[in-house]
Design a protein around this ligand. Structure first.
Ligand SMILES: [Zn+2]
Length: 138
């Protein structure tokens, strides 16, 4: 891969630090930061969904049956969303636990690093993209 001369100093320095294997702590730190950012994002989504569900305790007096019906549908949707958010939060929490025990972020198949961006998007990922694709093709 070619690197622009102008960005060589900073880009290469961080690239080398993250791939040489001599500083796993730095990589773990970046993964941890990505996971924590994801966690904050999910907690925000969950708080927003809970608010929409009316868990803040607002009173809704004087609604007719049609309103109640559409509200029930919306509520079902919100509950499904809430459950999906919770599942992802659990994945992030498990990922953070595995990261702390030093067994996270490496492909189970080929032992290559799983890119931090992939881990942030799919905290439960245990394979790199290449191996995942190989598995799906079988
Ligand atoms: Zn792999």
């Amino acid at each position: 891969m070619l690197v622009e001369p102008e960005s060589r100093t900073t880009a290469v320095a961080s690239h080398v630090a993250s791939t040489s294997g001599e500083d796993g702590g730095d990589r773990n730190k970046r993964i941890r930061e990505a996971l924590l950012a994801r966690r904050t994002e999910l907690l925000g989504e969950r708080a927003g969904t809970l608010t929409e569900l009316g868990f803040h305790g607002g009173g809704d007096a004087g609604e007719d049956a049609a309103d109640l019906g559409s509200r029930a549908l919306a509520r079902e949707h919100e509950l499904a969303l809430l459950s999906a958010i919770q599942t992802r939060l659990d994945q992030v929490d498990r990922a953070l636990e595995r990261l702390a025990s030093g067994r996270y972020g490496w492909c189970e198949w080929c032992s290559e690093e799983i890119p931090v961006a992939r881990l942030a998007a799919f905290p439960a990922a245990t394979q790199c993209v290449r191996c995942k694709q190989l598995e799906e093709r079988r």
